[in-house]
Design a protein. Structure first.
Length: 131
């Protein structure tokens, strides 16, 4: 099988391309033209109908792990890395922790390192981060 995004050859049971991180499709839905289901939504020959309303022209974009980590290290006192990933609650927590106790810089720096090391693997929507 080949990746739908970059065209690299991948194994048939892959949900994501190891080269570009794109999520792979299984087939089309018969109820709506052009709407795709993801591989993890195809179980035992049946579609589980979890396509999240995305069709082939408005697929969500993957966020960059490098951008998120660097934002968190350099602008983490404002929660920039977490806001970029969509974790607004944690971003607000980091922003307000600087005003309340001043320890937000340490928290943000450690959080940025964890993002860069791969401890945070998805954004707030559950979409895997690309390297």
């Amino acid at each position: 099988m080949y990746c739908i995004n970059c065209g690299n050859q991948i194994s048939d049971d892959s949900n994501f391309c190891p080269e570009c991180g794109a999520q792979q499709n299984v087939g089309t839905n018969n109820t709506q033209e052009g709407q795709y289901y993801y591989k993890q939504d195809y179980q035992n020959g049946n579609f589980t109908n979890n396509n999240y309303g995305y069709n082939n022209y408005n697929m969500p974009k993957q966020k960059s792990r490098l951008v998120a980590g660097l934002l968190q290290i350099f602008l983490g006192c404002c929660g920039a890395g977490r806001f970029y990933l969509g974790y607004t609650g944690m971003g607000l927590g980091q922003l307000f922790s600087n005003f309340l106790c001043g320890a937000g810089y340490i928290w943000a720096f450690i959080d940025g390192i964890l993002i860069l090391c791969g401890r945070v693997q998805t954004d707030a929507r559950g979409i895997p981060l690309r390297d």
